[in-house]
Design a protein around this ligand. Structure first.
Ligand code: F6P
Length: 556
């Protein structure tokens, strides 16, 4: 087992970074002017990803010291421990092996006496067979009709990954099968997603690692009732068998719910929910894009895993990006981190990253229980460009806060379109889109000086309002196109960035105890909401009054 968590703030590198941060005056204009090799030197390749970090607020000395910090906290050692199946999820005493989900079939990985890779490929084969049967119409509903809609019921990691990837890979989808995703316990979600569906052609996938999540089980029961109420006179057991499959680590609970274990796909406790889109949790995606594309998706993850595991730290993209995030968060005072995909297909990617990064690194104690002595985690958020440009970019450009931003774009569009104007001029719309990406990262880095504003004839009184200070850090990530493989690479990139930061902070990035209290209280409060006055009386004054407001305003 590896050594205990290192207090990063007690290392020599941390002390040096603190000194470097004091009076740090970033000067991207000056740095680029003085160093013609900066862009090339700070641009890296990881599989198909081209990553330009040169517009980051970092000079060589800071970078070298961040790399020294990675050594002092034992990043490489901890990375090996994770890949080798040691129980790096300390508070749950579990291995963390999402990387085994994308290992090639000929790899071998012993986890507690069992070959994890063989298990992964057994399940994968079953998922692929199922996906093929649905896609080709061999799998039919109880009335013999082929499946037209697949509804994934799940929440958190059992929803965000599948829905994000389904949206991102829209051009690869089966044309005659639609997927829908029900997650929220707000009944509106189930009601609106079921609207217009034909039960005879609808298949439900209940996705839940624990098969104990209130939202998912409630929605699964709602969907079962909807199916049986609307199918007409059919054998109920057969109807459930033909219209419900499950994905879970708790196959006994699946059976208790009434789903035939033959129609259940398992996974393992060493796959965290937010790291599970590449497990059987991705079954809806496998149906949508087909086994071949799903295999490419997994190969993309694996390519990034190999990069992370084998590339020296000074050229290792997730390591460098994770360390830069530490620099911004702990030394330059950044509180949030924007993710700005210049790809409409990635519109759910920021939401996906919110769970990945914030459920992983939103921790206040290290993995040995000692309190951290620095800030952890970043608030991840974002929207696709150019929509964000017309909403919140003002604050990124001219506000008082430092907001590091990752820009993501692709050389080739999913849907090439040309804008033909009345005057005969034609514009490739994707090129116009990319021009915005390049313009934004350039404006953020280099800004606009008062003299440049004046030279445009701006009245002196409003010169200050039109100055851009620049020195707003960005990372530019590009790839040839948003293929299944590249999507896998992007997800793995952020998984490993998150890991890198977690190791620096000495936290367990793989537990999520912080979501438990709210769940427990919801169970306790639910009788009060339904009218149990004794339970209501036990609540604090504010909660009591809110329940009372609900009880007096609800339409009975
Ligand atoms: O929000 C807490 C959490 O446990 C997530 O980590 C997980 O992805 C989600 O709930 C759903 O859990 P399950 O897949 O067990 O239903």
């Amino acid at each position: 087992m590896t050594r205990g968590p290192v207090d990063a703030t007690a290392t020599a590198a941390w002390q040096r970074l603190t000194d470097l941060a004091t009076g740090f005056t970033p000067d991207l204009r000056g740095w680029f002017a003085a160093d013609p090799g900066r862009a090339e030197r700070l641009t890296f390749t990881a599989a198909d990803l081209h990553v330009d970090l040169s517009k980051g607020l970092v000079d060589d000395e800071v970078l070298q010291t961040l790399l020294a910090l990675a050594e002092e906290v034992g990043l490489a050692e901890r990375r090996e421990a994770m890949f080798n199946g040691e129980h790096v999820n300390v508070t749950e005493d579990r291995a963390v092996l999402h990387t085994a989900l994308r290992d090639p079939a000929d790899a071998v990985l012993d986890v507690d006496g069992q070959d994890a890779v063989a298990d992964v490929h057994d399940v994968l084969q079953r998922v692929y067979d199922f996906a093929d049967r649905v896609r080709t119409g061999v799998w039919t509903g109880v009335t013999g009709e082929r499946i037209r809609t697949v509804v994934n019921i799940g929440i958190g990691g059992s929803d965000l990954g599948p829905v994000m990837a389904y949206e991102a890979l829209a051009p690869y989808r089966h044309h005659e099968i639609e997927c829908r995703f029900i997650s929220n316990i707000d009944p509106t979600d189930a009601a609106t997603k079921l609207a217009g569906l034909d039960p005879a052609t609808t298949l439900f996938i209940v996705s839940s690692k624990t098969f104990g999540t209130l939202e998912t089980l409630t929605n699964a029961r709602l969907c079962k009732a909807w199916l049986l109420d609307n199918l007409g006179a059919v054998d109920q057991k057969e109807a459930v068998a033909k219209h419900f499959v499950a994905v879970s680590t708790a196959l006994d609970k699946v059976e208790a719910f009434g789903i035939d274990p033959a129609n259940a796909f398992g996974f393992w406790d060493w796959v965290g929910g937010r790291y599970s889109v590449d497990s059987a949790i991705g079954t809806s995606l496998a149906v949508a894009i087909g086994p071949e594309r799903f295999a490419e998706f997994l190969a993309g993850f694996h390519a990034l895993d190999e990069h992370f595991r084998t590339t020296d730290a000074a050229h290792n993209v997730p390591v460098l990006m994770g360390l830069l995030n530490v620099w911004y968060t702990n030394f330059l005072g950044a509180q949030t981190h924007a993710v700005l995909p210049y790809a409409q297909l990635l519109h759910r990617f920021p939401a996906y990253l919110q769970q990945l990064t914030m459920e992983s690194n939103g921790k206040g104690v290290r993995w040995d229980g000692s309190p951290v002595t620095t800030d952890t985690g970043e608030v991840f958020w974002g929207e696709p460009g150019t929509n964000g440009q017309h909403a919140f970019y003002q604050l990124i450009h001219q506000g008082t806060r430092l907001i590091p931003a990752d820009f993501i774009a692709f050389a080739n569009p999913a849907y090439p379109l040309t804008d033909r104007q009345e005057n005969g001029q034609s514009t490739d719309v994707h090129e116009l889109f990319l021009a915005n990406f390049f313009a934004q990262t350039r404006a953020l880095a280099f800004g606009k000086t008062a003299d440049e504003v004046r030279a445009e004839g701006t009245p002196e009184a409003i010169v200050p309002a039109r100055v851009f200070t620049g020195n707003r850090p960005t990372a530019s990530i590009m790839a040839p196109e948003l293929s299944p493989s590249v999507l896998g690479q992007l997800i793995a990139l952020y998984e490993h960035i998150t890991f890198t930061e977690g190791v620096v902070w000495g936290i367990d990035s793989f537990d999520q105890w912080g979501v438990e209290l709210g769940k427990q209280l919801a169970q306790q409060l639910s009788p009060a909401v339904a009218g149990d006055t004794a339970v209501a009386a036990e609540q604090d004054a504010s909660t009591r009054a809110l329940i009372d407001y609900y009880r007096t305003h609800r339409r009975t």
